[in-house]
Write a protein that binds this ligand. Structure first.
Ligand code: FAD
Length: 266
């Protein structure tokens, strides 16, 4: 699908550091019923650009605008899609360091326009499994919440949530995982997951049958790579593991982008 222009229809502050934005476009066509957490690309105008120019797709190949017109691209997740109203909802982390996507979300007003492409086909879970493990931080909480909702009644799951501000946990759980509070473990996000996260998550996984366990790991680079490597050592089947680093501490997307590809290919 070529990139399309989408307009802000509604904005809501979800929590201290999260803003929900619902976008409308008559051109949303390729979003499947099972949209939960699917990856999408959003495009933002650079400050000095008079207008937003989007990439196009010709004969299956993406054609980018000239370098001076090229937009800023960021990856986000579908939190909700209403096919009848043609409304797409994305939840944005309002992180402290400035960034084009986060700054857009912080200041977004009804009618503002950005670009959209996708979604990609990658599923965040293996729905055939009996058990589900989720390890996520704030950037992946909207995605995993949407996925968990799509699993139906009472899935057998454990959620490990890494938060920079653990005091915000109760409000986040009430918003995103209200029916699963007893299955959630909160850890402090320290960017040193071997000290804080690894043992907690792995002791849960080793208590389960690995072939029957779907493992979803998403969030900051260090945590994702550390957990993914440990899960691989347990011999988890490839189809059961989704491990995608969503961002990297102290690196913007332009700096981190290639490393993410290397991580995904390794
Ligand atoms: C598949 C996928 C799905 C994603 N889904 C979502 C989603 O639904 N919601 C969402 O909020 N994010 C999501 N992300 C993460 C998002 O793409 C990154 O956080 C991105 O860097 C934000 O762009 P930016 O322009 O705001 O900041 P950038 O310009 O990329 O970075 C500026 C600074 O902010 C820091 N930073 C970036 N993200 C965070 C963060 N989350 N917390 C703290 N500091 C940060 C960087 O380290 C850097 O120092 C997803 C990423 C991927 C790969």
């Amino acid at each position: 699908m070529s990139a399309i222009y989408i307009q802000v229809k509604q904005t809501t502050t979800i929590a201290h550091k999260l803003r929900r934005i619902t976008f409308f476009s008559p051109d949303f066509t390729a979003i499947p019923d099972l949209f939960a957490g699917l990856h999408i690309k959003l495009f933002f105008k650079k400050e000095n650009q008079p207008a937003l120019t989007l990439p196009t797709k010709e004969k299956g190949r993406v054609r980018w605008p000239e370098p001076h017109l090229k937009p800023i691209a960021r990856t986000y997740s579908i939190y909700h899609f209403d096919a009848l109203k043609k409304e797409l909802t994305v939840d944005f982390v309002l992180h402290d360091a400035a960034g084009p996507a986060c700054d857009f979300a912080r200041n977004a007003k009804i009618g503002d326009e950005i670009g959209f492409a996708g979604p990609g086909p990658v599923s965040l879970v293996n729905r055939q499994c009996e058990h589900f493990i989720f390890a996520a931080d704030l950037s992946a909480l909207p995605a995993i919440s949407s996925v968990i909702d799509s699993l139906g009644a009472q899935p057998h799951l454990q959620v490990f949530l890494e938060l920079e501000e653990p005091t915000s946990a109760a409000a986040l759980i009430a918003e995103y995982l209200p029916n699963h509070a007893k299955n959630i473990t909160i850890t402090q996000q320290t960017f040193m997951p071997t000290n804080t996260l690894l043992d907690t998550v792995m002791s849960s996984i080793t208590a389960l049958k690995i072939e029957q366990t779907s493992i979803t790991i998403a969030g900051e680079h260090e945590s994702v790579v550390t957990l993914r490597d440990a899960v691989r050592q347990l011999g988890a089947p490839k189809d059961n593991v989704y491990a995608v680093p969503y961002w990297r501490h102290n690196q913007d997307e332009e700096t981190y982008h290639q490393t993410r590809h290397n991580v995904m290919d390794s």
